[in-house]
Design a protein around this ligand. Sequence first.
Ligand code: ADP
Ligand code: ZN
Length: 212
Amino acid sequence: MQETKHIILLGPPGAGKGTFSSQVKEVLPDIIHISTGDIFRENLKNETPLGLKAKSYMDEGKLVPDEITNDMVKKSLDDISDKSWVLDGYPRNLNQAEFLSTITSIDSVILLSVDHKILIKRILGRFSCPNCGEIYNKYFIKPKKKGICDKCNSKIEFKQRPDDTKETLNNRLDVYEKNTKPLIDFYKDQGLVKEIDYTNKLSEDKIKEVIF
Ligand code: ADP
Ligand code: ZN
């Protein structure tokens, strides 16, 4: 049994937080992945009250209000307080980071960095398997057999996430610059930040080294 790890993933939209998390899951299956974006999307799909509240913000690429997001994260973390987790997409501003520090301890913050031009292509080209969630990109990572998911063999086609269009992308990049980037210094001051160049996928060994 390894010790418990509480890890935050930080990086601009398109840095590969989702891809990194699914790599972690493959290498270290006991670590739980919590993505606030995924939770919101799931709620939106099921038309829950939470999803309906979040919809207009997500459509525009703006942050869902902190009260809603903080509450949702607290509920998710309460259920797994004795487990290891990677938090992806939260915190996104100082208020959320301060709230998080009142409900849990954090062991490290992994900052994924990628060249700006690549970021844009990653976002505008990305799509995922509707069945298993595996992430692809029409410029970089195509399925081995055209139209078939490598992981689960379902049929897949290029279909953008609704907020991966040029218009909302600008808002999301703005939000990152103004609200999320200050968290890098917030966590650097606590000595928690590990920066990684995530232009390419990492080896299994490198993933383990970064996590432990
Ligand atoms: P990205 O690819 O931009 O990192 P995510 O999948 O993490 O996108 O999030 C999608 C959308 O969900 C965000 O644009 C925002 O509207 C909402 N969202 C996700 N996480 C948060 C958060 N921590 N606080 C506020 N809104 C959030
Ligand atoms: Zn699949």
